[in-house]
Ligand binder design. Sequence first.
Ligand code: FAD
Length: 363
Amino acid sequence: MPHVAVVGAGIIGLSTAFALQRRGAEVTVVESGRPGGGQSAGQGRIFRHAHTDARLIEQVVHSRALWRQWEDELGAELVAPDGAVAIGDGVPAKAEALGAFPDAPVELLTPAELHERLPALADYDGPAMLDVRGGAIRTQTAVRALTDRLGAAVVTDHVLAVRRRDDGRVEVRTGTDVRAFDHVVLCAGRGTAGLARALDLDLPVELRAHVRVTFAVADPDPRPAPTFQDGSGVFGETGVYASPYPDPRLYAVGLSGSTPAHADGGVVDPADLAELAERTVAYVRRALPGLRPEPVEHVHCWVTRLPWGEDGVGLWSRDGVTALSGHNLFKQAPVLGEALAQTAVSGQVPEPWHHSARLGRDG
Ligand SMILES: Cc1cc2nc3c(=O)[nH]c(=O)nc-3n(C[C@H](O)[C@H](O)[C@H](O)COP(=O)(O)OP(=O)(O)OC[C@H]3O[C@@H](n4cnc5c(N)ncnc54)[C@H](O)[C@@H]3O)c2cc1C
């Protein structure tokens, strides 16, 4: 079995390392900061099955099954069983697309049922659905459980350069070390494209920044809340997403907007982020009267978007090095970790993850 280096201990690097260890490979994860401190930071992400690309739905269904398996193996709840609610005119098409996947059941909701599920929402009588097996990902629990399981395989260091050597091995130069591996997997989030460029892997990543705002629930309900997506425009915004924290008193809300960033670091116009946060607060005042509209936390993050879609994802692999990029990847972590581990062990990118397949494309 090969010795594989994984650069980055976000959810994807940790999942890849876990999948590699389960295959019997030796693995070293190099993380410059805190595991889960990059794009994977903060509590809660939405696990939803609905995607424009049916191939991605298939992968996400597989991922849901793997999250369950990992819950048993790691002894922790990783995806809350409270469902994912979506509202808006896109609901009938989403429900129809999911109809082809018996493992991703959907229920259409009446206004009364919607209110029952999400009492924090203002009156709404348009299309609504519940993705029954969707729900809030317990992000920090997942990061902690995987980091604990990997133990000493996770080392703190910064990777400056990766290069292929003449003897067929791949050299990783960190702040304090030089080591050679049989394969290197780049899961460095916003750092991946830069490291990959020196290895003739050209990732067309657009770097942007995003903010999500957390609010207190005015009157916490004993029933756990589902995640929420609003594509209706009824409350003045489309592309809204929201996710409960494990603490039922907190609910995080984000608008799908993001702002451009310079490739070498820094947001082009920081005022954009402040405006996005203010729009989020204004949306909450209109749409979610069950939340107190004073922000209690902000989560800022880099968005690494591929040109073919908001949920676009792809793997690049050549001569001992594999790189991954994409956006909205948390829900796919187990299946993506398996795909990256398989690539590292076999040298072949499994279908449909090769970047040329443009997985997660819009339309
Ligand atoms: C507010 C917000 C909401 C989101 N909502 C959802 C959602 O609802 N559903 C969903 O599925 N996804 C969602 N996402 C996206 C999801 O969180 C990310 O796609 C995912 O966390 C990316 O994980 P990653 O491991 O690829 O990257 P990261 O978590 O960024 O991990 C990369 C790691 O590499 C390390 N690193 C970088 N360079 C180096 C180097 N040179 N040497 C050593 N280490 C290095 C970094 O420190 C970092 O820890 C959301 C993201 C945010 C921020």
